[in-house]
Design a protein around this ligand. Structure first.
Ligand code: E4P
Length: 214
Protein backbone atom coordinates (compact mmCIF):
# COMPACT_ATOMS: atom_id res chain seq x y z
CA UNK A 1 0.00 0.00 0.00
CA UNK A 2 1.24 3.47 -0.89
CA UNK A 3 0.74 6.69 1.07
CA UNK A 4 -0.81 9.89 -0.22
CA UNK A 5 -1.11 12.97 1.99
CA UNK A 6 -4.60 14.43 2.42
CA UNK A 7 -4.03 18.19 2.61
CA UNK A 8 -3.69 21.39 0.57
CA UNK A 9 -1.16 22.88 3.00
CA UNK A 10 2.29 23.45 1.47
CA UNK A 11 4.23 23.18 4.74
CA UNK A 12 2.65 19.80 5.44
CA UNK A 13 3.24 18.62 1.87
CA UNK A 14 6.89 19.72 1.90
CA UNK A 15 7.56 18.09 5.26
CA UNK A 16 5.79 14.83 4.30
CA UNK A 17 7.67 14.61 0.99
CA UNK A 18 11.02 15.18 2.66
CA UNK A 19 10.34 11.95 4.59
CA UNK A 20 10.43 10.04 1.30
CA UNK A 21 7.35 7.93 2.06
CA UNK A 22 4.57 9.83 0.30
CA UNK A 23 3.65 9.16 -3.34
CA UNK A 24 0.83 11.65 -4.00
CA UNK A 25 -1.57 14.27 -2.65
CA UNK A 26 -5.34 14.48 -2.32
CA UNK A 27 -7.22 17.71 -1.76
CA UNK A 28 -10.91 18.49 -1.40
CA UNK A 29 -12.86 21.78 -1.32
CA UNK A 30 -12.88 21.85 2.50
CA UNK A 31 -9.11 21.39 2.68
CA UNK A 32 -8.49 24.04 -0.01
CA UNK A 33 -10.84 26.49 1.79
CA UNK A 34 -8.56 26.36 4.86
CA UNK A 35 -5.71 27.84 2.77
CA UNK A 36 -5.94 31.63 2.80
CA UNK A 37 -4.61 34.12 0.23
CA UNK A 38 -3.90 31.60 -2.53
CA UNK A 39 -6.02 30.63 -5.53
CA UNK A 40 -6.77 26.97 -6.15
CA UNK A 41 -4.91 26.89 -9.52
CA UNK A 42 -1.87 28.57 -7.94
CA UNK A 43 -1.84 26.09 -5.07
CA UNK A 44 -2.07 23.22 -7.58
CA UNK A 45 0.91 24.71 -9.47
CA UNK A 46 2.91 24.82 -6.23
CA UNK A 47 2.00 21.25 -5.30
CA UNK A 48 2.68 19.76 -8.73
CA UNK A 49 6.04 21.55 -8.94
CA UNK A 50 7.09 19.57 -5.87
CA UNK A 51 5.17 16.30 -6.23
CA UNK A 52 5.70 14.07 -9.27
CA UNK A 53 2.91 11.63 -8.31
CA UNK A 54 -0.88 11.93 -8.51
CA UNK A 55 -2.35 15.20 -7.17
CA UNK A 56 -6.15 15.07 -6.81
CA UNK A 57 -8.05 18.30 -7.52
CA UNK A 58 -11.81 18.24 -6.99
CA UNK A 59 -14.39 19.84 -9.25
CA UNK A 60 -17.11 22.03 -7.73
CA UNK A 61 -19.74 21.83 -10.51
CA UNK A 62 -22.48 19.26 -9.99
CA UNK A 63 -23.58 18.83 -13.61
CA UNK A 64 -21.59 16.70 -16.05
CA UNK A 65 -21.00 19.54 -18.49
CA UNK A 66 -19.68 21.84 -15.75
CA UNK A 67 -17.50 19.09 -14.28
CA UNK A 68 -15.99 18.32 -17.69
CA UNK A 69 -15.18 21.99 -18.32
CA UNK A 70 -13.69 22.49 -14.85
CA UNK A 71 -11.84 19.17 -14.95
CA UNK A 72 -10.22 19.95 -18.30
CA UNK A 73 -9.02 23.32 -16.98
CA UNK A 74 -7.58 21.75 -13.82
CA UNK A 75 -5.96 18.91 -15.80
CA UNK A 76 -4.23 21.46 -18.04
CA UNK A 77 -2.32 22.82 -15.01
CA UNK A 78 0.03 19.81 -14.84
CA UNK A 79 0.18 16.29 -16.31
CA UNK A 80 -0.03 14.66 -12.86
CA UNK A 81 -3.33 16.28 -11.87
CA UNK A 82 -6.05 13.70 -11.13
CA UNK A 83 -9.58 15.05 -11.38
CA UNK A 84 -11.64 14.27 -8.30
CA UNK A 85 -15.32 13.84 -9.04
CA UNK A 86 -18.19 13.09 -6.64
CA UNK A 87 -20.00 9.75 -6.90
CA UNK A 88 -23.15 10.82 -8.77
CA UNK A 89 -24.61 9.92 -12.18
CA UNK A 90 -23.32 13.24 -13.57
CA UNK A 91 -19.95 12.59 -11.93
CA UNK A 92 -19.65 9.24 -13.68
CA UNK A 93 -20.64 10.74 -17.05
CA UNK A 94 -17.74 13.15 -16.59
CA UNK A 95 -15.39 10.33 -15.52
CA UNK A 96 -16.23 8.46 -18.71
CA UNK A 97 -15.36 11.49 -20.85
CA UNK A 98 -12.11 12.08 -18.91
CA UNK A 99 -11.14 8.40 -19.30
CA UNK A 100 -11.48 8.68 -23.08
CA UNK A 101 -9.31 11.83 -23.02
CA UNK A 102 -6.59 10.15 -20.93
CA UNK A 103 -7.32 12.31 -17.87
CA UNK A 104 -6.99 10.40 -14.59
CA UNK A 105 -9.90 10.49 -12.16
CA UNK A 106 -10.57 9.84 -8.49
CA UNK A 107 -14.23 9.16 -7.66
CA UNK A 108 -14.80 10.49 -4.18
CA UNK A 109 -17.48 10.08 -1.49
CA UNK A 110 -17.75 6.32 -2.00
CA UNK A 111 -19.83 4.69 0.73
CA UNK A 112 -20.87 1.36 -0.86
CA UNK A 113 -19.28 -1.42 -2.89
CA UNK A 114 -21.83 -0.87 -5.67
CA UNK A 115 -20.78 2.78 -5.97
CA UNK A 116 -17.15 1.66 -6.28
CA UNK A 117 -18.03 -0.89 -8.97
CA UNK A 118 -20.03 1.67 -10.95
CA UNK A 119 -17.17 4.18 -10.74
CA UNK A 120 -14.66 1.58 -11.91
CA UNK A 121 -16.85 0.60 -14.85
CA UNK A 122 -17.18 4.27 -15.84
CA UNK A 123 -13.38 4.32 -16.15
CA UNK A 124 -12.22 5.76 -12.80
CA UNK A 125 -8.48 5.54 -12.13
CA UNK A 126 -9.12 5.61 -8.37
CA UNK A 127 -12.08 5.19 -6.02
CA UNK A 128 -12.05 6.74 -2.55
CA UNK A 129 -14.10 4.91 0.11
CA UNK A 130 -14.43 7.20 3.17
CA UNK A 131 -13.54 4.96 6.10
CA UNK A 132 -13.81 7.45 8.99
CA UNK A 133 -17.12 8.95 7.91
CA UNK A 134 -18.68 5.46 7.79
CA UNK A 135 -17.30 4.67 11.25
CA UNK A 136 -18.82 7.98 12.44
CA UNK A 137 -22.33 6.72 11.67
CA UNK A 138 -21.77 3.32 13.29
CA UNK A 139 -20.83 1.37 10.15
CA UNK A 140 -17.48 -0.32 9.58
CA UNK A 141 -15.56 1.67 6.96
CA UNK A 142 -12.83 -0.93 6.71
CA UNK A 143 -15.36 -3.66 5.80
CA UNK A 144 -16.17 -1.51 2.76
CA UNK A 145 -12.48 -1.42 1.77
CA UNK A 146 -12.36 -5.25 2.02
CA UNK A 147 -15.52 -5.66 -0.08
CA UNK A 148 -14.24 -3.36 -2.83
CA UNK A 149 -10.82 -5.05 -2.85
CA UNK A 150 -12.45 -8.47 -3.16
CA UNK A 151 -14.77 -7.41 -5.98
CA UNK A 152 -11.97 -5.69 -7.91
CA UNK A 153 -9.75 -8.80 -7.52
CA UNK A 154 -12.49 -11.23 -8.65
CA UNK A 155 -13.23 -9.16 -11.74
CA UNK A 156 -9.68 -8.10 -12.60
CA UNK A 157 -10.53 -4.41 -12.21
CA UNK A 158 -7.49 -2.17 -12.40
CA UNK A 159 -9.03 0.86 -10.64
CA UNK A 160 -7.03 1.56 -7.49
CA UNK A 161 -8.60 1.86 -4.06
CA UNK A 162 -7.65 4.91 -2.00
CA UNK A 163 -8.68 4.43 1.64
CA UNK A 164 -9.79 7.97 2.55
CA UNK A 165 -11.13 9.74 5.64
CA UNK A 166 -8.36 8.14 7.68
CA UNK A 167 -8.48 9.23 11.30
CA UNK A 168 -5.79 7.28 13.18
CA UNK A 169 -2.86 4.87 12.73
CA UNK A 170 -4.98 1.74 13.18
CA UNK A 171 -7.01 2.76 10.12
CA UNK A 172 -3.74 2.78 8.14
CA UNK A 173 -2.67 -0.71 9.24
CA UNK A 174 -6.12 -2.12 8.61
CA UNK A 175 -6.48 -0.43 5.20
CA UNK A 176 -3.21 -2.09 4.16
CA UNK A 177 -4.33 -5.50 5.47
CA UNK A 178 -7.68 -5.22 3.72
CA UNK A 179 -6.22 -4.54 0.30
CA UNK A 180 -6.30 -0.77 -0.22
CA UNK A 181 -3.71 0.20 -2.83
CA UNK A 182 -3.26 3.62 -1.26
CA UNK A 183 -4.22 5.35 1.99
CA UNK A 184 -4.59 9.12 1.89
CA UNK A 185 -3.55 10.26 5.32
CA UNK A 186 -3.71 13.64 7.11
CA UNK A 187 -0.31 15.04 8.13
CA UNK A 188 -1.08 14.56 11.83
CA UNK A 189 -1.66 10.85 11.31
CA UNK A 190 1.54 10.51 9.22
CA UNK A 191 3.41 11.91 12.22
CA UNK A 192 1.64 9.47 14.55
CA UNK A 193 2.72 6.53 12.38
CA UNK A 194 6.34 7.12 13.39
CA UNK A 195 5.70 6.95 17.11
CA UNK A 196 6.47 4.04 19.36
CA UNK A 197 7.48 4.43 23.04
CA UNK A 198 9.95 1.54 22.74
CA UNK A 199 11.73 3.30 19.86
CA UNK A 200 12.16 6.42 22.05
CA UNK A 201 13.22 4.31 25.03
CA UNK A 202 15.68 2.37 22.87
CA UNK A 203 17.31 5.52 21.48
CA UNK A 204 17.60 6.91 25.01
CA UNK A 205 19.24 3.70 26.30
CA UNK A 206 21.69 3.48 23.34
CA UNK A 207 22.74 7.10 23.90
CA UNK A 208 23.09 6.63 27.66
CA UNK A 209 25.31 3.55 27.12
CA UNK A 210 27.35 5.40 24.48
CA UNK A 211 27.89 8.40 26.73
CA UNK A 212 28.83 6.19 29.71
CA UNK A 213 31.53 4.26 27.81
CA UNK A 214 35.00 4.48 29.29
C1 E4P B 1 -10.25 12.12 0.57
O1 E4P B 1 -9.93 12.24 -0.58
C2 E4P B 1 -10.89 13.15 1.37
O2 E4P B 1 -10.31 14.38 1.04
C3 E4P B 1 -10.70 12.99 2.86
O3 E4P B 1 -10.00 11.80 3.16
C4 E4P B 1 -11.92 13.20 3.67
O4 E4P B 1 -11.61 13.03 5.04
P1 E4P B 1 -12.54 13.55 6.23
O5 E4P B 1 -13.69 12.62 6.35
O6 E4P B 1 -11.66 13.48 7.44
O7 E4P B 1 -12.96 14.95 5.87
Amino acid sequence: MKFFIDTANMDEIKEAFSLGVVAGVTTNPSLVAKEKNVSFPDRLREITALVPGSVSAEVIALDAEGMIKEGRELAAIAPNITIKVPMTPDGLKAVNVFAKEGIKTNVTLIFSANQALLAARAGASYVSPFVGRLDDIGHNGLDLVSAIAEIFAIHDIETEIIAASIRHPQHVTDAALRGAHIATVPYKVIQQLFNHPLTDKGIEAFLADWNARS
